[in-house]
Write a protein that binds this ligand. Structure first.
Ligand SMILES: [Zn+2]
Length: 122
């Protein structure tokens, strides 16, 4: 995201390091967990319905149709769904499978809508 001049300025102004630090601090305080997506994770151009990944998706394209399954996506909503699914799958694997016998299994609260926005920015 820092390669895009407009986004780089916005992210720089926001103080992204401080935002992440506070998010992790507050999540830990409330028993939550912050899942950070890899910086190259293609959240916008991966179809949330079938998993097909586009080669390119210019930032100017806000809506697109998956060539594999025909699903119509809003760029940001699709990215949010992909990141939510990534976070859920990370949380499940971090907690272990159900019935693992761990008496100290952590309880993880589902991320609120506000927290999901942070995943989009990563
Ligand atoms: Zn698809």
């Amino acid at each position: 995201m820092m390669g895009n001049r407009r986004l780089a300025r916005s992210i720089g102004d926001m103080g992204f390091f401080e935002f992440r630090r506070q998010l992790e601090y507050k999540a830990a305080m409330r028993g939550g967990e912050v899942v950070v997506a890899d910086r190259f994770y293609a959240s916008s151009k991966t179809c949330s319905a079938c998993g097909n990944k586009l080669e390119t998706l210019p930032l100017s394209v806000r809506e697109w149709t998956c060539p594999a399954c025909g699903a119509e996506h809003d760029r940001d909503v699709n990215a949010a769904i992909n990141l939510k699914n990534l976070a859920v799958s990370s949380t499940v694997s971090a907690c272990g499978e159900e019935g693992s016998g761990s008496a100290r299994k952590r309880r993880v609260k589902p991320a609120s809508a506000k927290q999901e926005v942070s995943f989009v920015a990563v």
